[in-house]
Design a protein around this ligand. Structure first.
Ligand SMILES: *Cc1c(COP(=O)(O)O)cnc(C)c1O
Length: 947
């Protein structure tokens, strides 16, 4: 290439980060699609009536370096003090091996929820370790693979108690020593369900008057109490006993199971997951085995594969909302998988002795701190504690708190005259000395004689973490290789496209991810003084304003921790609005049958009646049916929940009619924003008549899925609903999460995405997402039926392939196709939703033409295999589809199949050198559900399985 000194090459890398196809590839793709230009394709796809009027304008897009600089400047406005506020959030040390190999490793954070077990064995094992850890520490038999935060876990426990209790009363008792945010969220959850919450001292518990009770252990002000008597009284009256316990304290203290508790919940944040100004971290829930099937959330279980080898998979109830819909008991979908994996590894890393040593040290420091304060004349409560004490300071409260801040330490104001202090793994002798100074005490921390301030009868007697996995050689070499081995078993976005319809598995770019681990974002306590979080405030304000521009709403609440939580929060705002207008009786919610299962599940959580709406032949909402139902329920119509573009992957022209009809009958419109990746920059739910929507930041806005969480589901609302948004969990009302901004340490990701894309870049991403989907639809046309298309034959950002006919023609199910795709090195598309027996494909803008072609080649070759069965050339039962996926084991030993090993293991799309090998053959779900095992199986079985 010759170089002329006067000519400069344009440098246009910036927006290419997120856009898969190159400009040249796009030209070729447009030819295949049969569109003159990208704009022409978009004009064919989006009806003019729904197009947004003004283009998005966020000023000039930032380069990576500009972005990271901007982030640094913003981060520096957060002040990192040592927070000894406690209240469920604790300083912790993330072992660097876990930070680098898990938290910052795309093999872990870009994975999807392990619905396809064959490609998820690594994270399933990691989650099984987590569940085993939770069962051991709590002394209960079955645990789930995480919930969103401790406060929502308490609320889930409350509603679960009501389900399993045989008591008929409608009241629930809450220990006044529960963390305030837990109480706040439980009250929110209880109200629409007609549960009366009684907050009081366990001394005043009337067990006959409640269906269950929850106790905090240790209490929020540090109290330690054995709840055995209270729980046995509850049991006498058919009530359920719940303990919300700090898992680290359970390494020293009598466990909930030993007190007779039926359910234990809590947060595993202090197991190596930074506080992050409130989240994300994994809450846990454990229960007795007879209640296992009533537990919300996902549960990893042990099963076998087609060769009888051990294999993990999610147990059946996992898809409860999709199956039971409005009869579902919980709407938990996205949870906190990545954080549960981290917490599980923290336990593997430290082992039982290491955890105990950490807990002992924290306790001893607390004892020394208390001694120093008592000797100086302060009244310290309680006398027996684990890591938290409360000091009476009379009129000095403000002064001491201020001196503490001057020493770089945040303490907790308790009432008007007391101060709470909670120590943690990060506490050093210098921290104690600084706290003492804040109280006016000059004292050196040098007397290390161990003394305990825990009551003898509360000392733990039972063993825990006895499984070998918690006793492996913990050299970093061994740890690193264990984490690597598990990661290698899984197929995540770092290896291949994950074309999951409605889940929007797109790039989570490195530059977006980096600030998440910065201490200015990760070390802040959610209840720290606001003036220490000005960087967060700036980011949240700016991101909110951008999301308002994108959606056409007037305000955003960042509080919900998942899309489903956003739905719930959004419906609560509608309910509150109706009540404020004297329309509290409105309780009917129209929901299309094609809606995501969380929609009806969320509606039932706010106590509404769900009226399903049919789909018309073309996939649109059946307007006749919609009109008829709104008229029928006009008096009581609370609103409707629709998804746009619809879950059928089409921009319905009738959407504005649907919203108008709803408004005419006094209802409010909830637009599920999970499909925003098809809209950003082109169309706004707020302009279509939506009153409230959630956005899945872990779909459209680049927060990684983490193998099933974290996520964020902020809601946008119109002006009239602003006053009804969730309140502050720490003292306010109507909170839906433990922290005001949900999981704010994830927000740098979405903010960075917006800043680096700019308005035009975001819009281009939408256009290309639509192009990529239409390209796939075009290439697969003829081989597969595309179920729904718009009037001009176009689809939105996803398409549904009709695979149902093959059941008759070749005895091939949608499962067979999904498993065969694994042989080609792909994660299956979304299966059997919104139409049973079909596949929903969403490529996103991130995928290049080469990757789209590899996928199409794989799908076409599968179609050819089906044709061979249809033509009778291949056996209907013993074929590559039925035997998929194939493992390395299939390369050796006897081979009695009517196709070659080559055909079995290397179908179209499979790489030769970089071939992905699933570690197990097809997993038997039925076996696992019949023989429910949800903790690590004994080591002998590992050996057996390896033989
Ligand atoms: C993903 C999704 C949801 C639920 O979001 P979570 O974050 O998993 O709770 C709701 N509706 C639709 C259409 C979705 O695709």
């Amino acid at each position: 290439m010759t170089f002329k000194p006067t000519e400069y090459l344009p440098y246009d890398f910036a927006n290419r980060r997120h856009i898969g196809p190159s400009p040249e590839e796009m030209e070729e793709m447009l030819k295949v699609v049969g569109a003159e230009s990208l704009d022409a394709l978009i004009d064919d796809t989006l009806p003019p009536a729904i197009r947004q009027k003004e283009p998005l304008d966020f000023g000039k897009a930032k380069s990576e370096r500009e972005l990271l600089h901007h982030m640094r400047v913003t981060a520096s406005k957060n002040k990192v003090l040592t927070s000894l506020i406690g209240q469920g959030y604790h300083g912790t040390v993330t072992p660097p091996a876990i930070q680098r190999n898990i938290l910052e490793n795309p093999a872990w954070y870009t994975a999807y929820t392990p619905y396809q077990p064959e490609i998820s064995q690594g994270r399933l094992e990691a989650l099984l370790n987590f569940q085993t850890m939770v069962c051991d520490l709590t002394g209960l038999e079955i645990a789930n693979a995480s919930l969103l935060d401790e406060a929502t876990a308490c609320a889930e426990a409350m509603t679960m108690a009501q389900r399993v209790s045989k008591s008929k009363v409608k009241a629930f008792f809450v220990d006044e020593n529960c963390h305030p945010q837990n109480i706040s969220v439980m009250k929110t959850r209880a109200a629409p369900l007609g549960i009366e919450v009684i907050v009081g001292s366990p001394d005043d518990l009337d067990a006959s008057a409640v269906f269950g009770a929850i106790f905090q252990y240790p209490g929020t002000y540090g109290q330690l109490r054995d709840f055995t008597d209270e729980i046995s009284k509850l049991h006498e009256h058919k009530g359920i006993g719940i303990i919300s316990a700090d898992p680290l304290s359970l390494t020293l203290l009598k466990e909930p199971g030993a007190m007779g508790a039926d359910i234990a919940v809590g947060s595993t944040q202090r197991f190596g997951v930074p506080i992050g100004y409130g989240g994300p971290h994994a809450a846990y829930m454990a229960t007795k085995s007879n209640y296992g099937r009533n537990m919300p959330g996902r549960i990893v279980g042990v099963s076998i594969d087609a060769h009888g080898n051990r294999a993990y998979r999610l147990s059946l109830q996992t898809r409860e909302q999709h199956i039971r819909r409005e009869k579902a008991t919980s709407n938990v979908c996205t949870a906190q998988a990545l954080l549960a994996v981290m917490a599980g590894f923290y336990a593997v890393f430290h082992g039982p002795k290491g955890l105990q040593a950490i807990a002992q040290r924290i306790h001893r420091k607390t004892a020394r701190l208390a001694e120093g304060l008592s000797q100086a004349g302060f009244e310290v409560r309680p006398k027996a504690f684990f890591d938290t004490i409360t000091v009476e300071v009379g009129p000095l409260q403000k002064a001491v708190m201020k001196s503490a801040v001057d020493e770089g330490i945040n303490l907790r104001a308790v009432g008007e005259t007391k101060i709470g202090i909670t120590l943690d793994e990060r506490t050093r002798p210098a921290t104690l000395e600084a706290v003492w100074r804040a109280f006016g005490i000059e004292r050196e921390d040098k007397d290390y004689t161990p003394h305990y301030s825990m009551p003898e009868k509360l000392i733990r007697k039972s063993e825990y973490l006895t499984h070998e996995i918690f006793h492996m050689n913990r050299s970093e070499t061994e740890m690193m290789r264990y984490m690597r081995r598990l990661a290698d078993r899984d197929l995540a976005l770092d290896r291949a496209m994950i074309p999951l319809g409605s889940c929007t598995m797109k790039l989570n770019s490195a530059a977006e991810m980096m600030p998440v681990s910065w201490r200015e974002f990760s070390l802040l306590h959610p209840y720290a003084p606001e003036d220490q979080a000005l960087g967060y405030k700036e980011m949240i304000d700016d991101l909110s304003s951008k999301l308002c521009d994108i959606t056409g709403y007037d305000a955003i609440s960042m509080q919900p921790n998942s899309g489903a939580q956003g739905e719930y929060a959004g419906l609560l705002t509608i309910a509150s609005y109706h009540r404020a207008n004297g329309q509290g009786h409105r309780n009917v919610c129209l929901i299309p049958m094609s809606a995501h299962g969380t929609n009806p599940a969320s509606a039932q959580m706010v106590g509404w009646k769900v009226v399903p709406i049919k789909s018309a032949e073309n996939g649109d909402i059946d307007l006749e049916d919609f009109r008829a139902k709104t008229e029928l329920h006009s008096e009581n119509l609370a609103g409707c929940m629709i998804t746009y573009p619809s879950t059928h992957g089409v921009f319905e022209e009738t959407v504005t009619e649907v919203t108008k009809i709803t408004h005419d009958h006094g209802g409010q419109v909830y637009i599920d924003g999970a499909n925003m990746n098809a809209m950003v920059g082109l169309s706004r739910p707020g302009d279509l008549g939506g009153d409230v929507s959630h956005l899945n930041l872990h779909k459209t806005f680049c927060i990684p899925h983490g193998g099933g969480g974290p996520g964020m589901g902020p809601i946008g609302v119109k002006e009239h609903l602003v006053a009804h948004l969730p309140g502050d969990p720490n003292g306010g009302e109507g909170a839906v999460s433990a922290a005001a901004f949900g999981s704010p340490s994830l927000l740098p990701i979405s903010w960075a995405y917006c800043l680096m894309m700019g308005g035009e870049g975001l819009t281009q991403a939408t256009r290309v997402a639509i192009l990529n989907a239409n390209y796939i639809a075009k290439r697969l046309e003829g081989a597969y039926d595309i179920m729904f298309t718009g009037p001009k034959g176009r689809i939105a950002h996803e398409c549904i392939l009709d695979t149902r006919p093959f059941a008759d023609s070749a005895h091939v199910t949608v499962d067979d196709i999904a498993k065969r795709l694994i042989d080609s090195g792909f994660h299956a598309p979304t299966m059997s939703w919104p139409v049973a027996g079909t596949l929903m494909v969403e490529p996103t803008e991130s995928e290049s033409k080469a990757e789209l072609d590899r996928f199409c080649d794989a799908m076409l070759s599968i179609r050819a295999e089906i044709a061979e069965i249809e033509d009778g050339k291949i056996d209907g039962e013993n074929n590559a589809l039925k035997n998929a996926p194939h493992t390395v084991e299939d390369l050796v030993g006897d081979w009695d199949r009517p196709y070659t090993r080559e055909q079995g293991c290397f179908p179209a799309g499979a790489f030769r050198v970089d071939k992905y090998w699933p570690p197990v053959n097809r997993v038997d779900n039925v076996y696992g559900d019949r023989n429910l095992v949800c903790t690590c199986p004994p080591m002998e079985e590992y050996l057996e399985a390896a033989e």
